[in-house]
Design a protein around this ligand. Structure first.
Ligand SMILES: C[S@@+](CC[C@H](N)C(=O)[O-])C[C@H]1O[C@@H](n2cnc3c(N)ncnc32)[C@H](O)[C@@H]1O
Length: 270
């Protein structure tokens, strides 16, 4: 079992807390996807989920697994909006899964487990119709192992959507190496993904580069945080600074060094 570093766990815990303080609710943990002007952060995150679902043939009455489900908000949204037979969400972060249990009002149809994408100990062979892995795989050091697990748990003909942040090149950057290790960042390139898919029973049916939609997704981000919903002025200012740094760092990386890709595919019969 791969253990996560403290910074990486703390990052998601503080993101959950900040979202709750700023919006009075827990949000999904992924980037925003632009559909139209004036949307909230929550709506833009939903847009990304809806885009990923739109790539699939059918989801209703199917058995769904979300790998790296974060605080469970996305699994719960999919379960409610798209009517799969059952949804399982797994995540390595214990606090995220505790939160997912708290938010789950639909325990007959949605289950959450602490599990590792490299092992999927809680998921039986050939038991899943659809896998989502949205913005989580860049944290996996051994993506080949993860893709083997996708292959193991999917039924023949089962579909998957992997939305991931890819590196444009494998250039080493010694100055940020330590920070990347702490944050568990292991971005793959397009070639690495394609080689790994080629060596597996997983066949890609669609490849979407949605980097422009994500970059546009940040438009108007300063309006997302409402002064009146946040108690003290000090806290409001600190959130603004945190968001400003975070968003601009993401934008620089997306423009210069990374692609945001969505791979949709199927498990072929052996
Ligand atoms: C950016 S969040 C995305 C969460 C969720 N998919 C969403 O879209 O809201 C990435 C998540 O991947 C999880 N994660 C990282 N490494 C993992 C692993 N090896 N196995 C399972 N989950 C992992 C993190 O704990 C975190 O919750």
């Amino acid at each position: 079992m791969i253990r996560t570093g403290a910074s990486f766990d703390k990052y998601y815990s503080s993101l959950n807390k900040s979202y709750h303080k700023a919006f009075n609710k827990y949000l999904m943990l992924h980037y925003p996807f632009f559909n139209k002007k004036g949307e909230s952060l929550e709506q833009r995150q939903i847009n990304l989920t809806d885009f990923c679902v739109s790539r699939l043939e059918q989801i209703q009455n199917r058995k769904v697994l979300e790998i790296g489900c974060g605080n469970g908000t996305q699994s719960l949204y999919i379960a409610e909006k798209y009517g799969p037979a059952h949804t399982i969400g797994i995540d390595l972060n214990v606090q995220n899964i505790e939160l997912a249990h708290l938010l789950n009002r639909n325990a007959d149809k949605v289950s959450f487990f602490v599990d590792d994408a490299h092992a999927l100990d809680n998921v039986e062979d050939n038991s899943i119709d659809i896998i989502f892995c949205i913005e989580s795989a860049f944290h996996y050091p051994e993506k080949d192992k993860f893709l083997k697990q996708v292959n193991r748990v999917l039924k023949d003909g089962g579909e998957f959507v992997i939305a991931d942040i890819l590196a444009k090149s494998l250039k080493k950057r010694p100055l940020i190496r330590k920070w990347k290790q702490k944050m568990f960042y292991f971005h793959w390139t397009m070639d690495q993904y394609m080689n790994s898919f080629r060596d597996s029973q997983l066949t890609i049916t669609k490849t979407d580069n949605i980097t422009p939609n994500i970059i546009r997704g940040y438009r108007g981000y300063l309006k997302w945080i409402k002064r009146k919903e946040i108690g003290s002025y000090m806290f409001y200012s600190s959130i603004l600074v945190f968001v400003f740094i975070q968003v601009n760092l993401n934008l620089i990386l997306l423009r210069r060094r990374r692609h945001y890709m969505v791979f949709t595919g199927k498990k072929m019969a052996a």
